[in-house]
Design a protein around this ligand. Sequence first.
Ligand code: 0GY
Length: 309
Amino acid sequence: MKFEKTPGWLDWYENPSKPRFRLPRGAIDAHCHVFGPGETFPYAPERKYTPCDASRQQLFALRDHLGFARNVIVQATCHGADNRAMVDACLASNGKARGVATVRPNVTEKELGNLHAAGVRGVRFNFVKRLVDVTPRDELTEIASRVAELGWHIVVYFEAQDLPELWEFFTALPTTIVVDHVGRPDVSKPVNGPEFDLFVRFMREHDNIWSKVTCPERLSLTGPAARHGEQRAYRDVVPFARRIVETFPDRVLWGTDWPHPNRKDHMPDDGLLVDFIPQIAVTAELQQKLLVDNPMRLYWPEERQEAPK
Ligand code: 0GY
């Protein structure tokens, strides 16, 4: 089937620069997607946008170019609950990719088992109104209790202003919860102001809550720097991401968000995004936790080394 990309939607950056920042050995890009290709894996009828194709081969080429060892591929809303493109990518990765799926309450035990065998270790609940129609909470609760039995976690995507209303629902979930993109703060507000303090309190009071410190390009009002490697890229996001990394160093993840759905003003250079990491994780120890230890604990726990006796 042929698909026309939504007008105004930018294509992903074709020739990303080589990062100057040397990633630690075994670094994981823990938030990225594959889109189609639409001819093989059609986009979902209920989607709110049609992306440009972004295949697993292109994702794996980016992984190698940037210097990552592994990927966590998150199901994007344009594929609805049809996880075939993501599963195909996980299966073709030689164990270098794990996945986060979207499922409906009618998913069978066999389907969940197949997803697990392919490398899926979580489901995503999306509350961003421009991306999805509302799913009733009782359906999400039902899914949560089923995936908890598999030892999976739940990724949640929401806007900061919606946290008060979602708080009770999130804190009743029975699994580890991973929040996308620092809970999407409004970075024009103070980093120590009531809105971001609430997010910090959310994580402080619930030690099963993790955060991805991803997507400065989505949150920033100051934007990318003019030149690659310029230290001030996305500078208004730095204090927010840094506060979370330093307060909760064992519960943070990082990812590129390639191929960056719904970008209309600028498309980030993925090399520049990698160069942003040392601004928010300023020591080698914090970088090791953010990029290796934490994602390994969540997605490849079976490979954790036993501490020597
Ligand atoms: C992201 C962000 C976005 C889109 C999706 O699944 C999606 O369609 O997550 C967005 O538009 O903010 O994490 O990819």
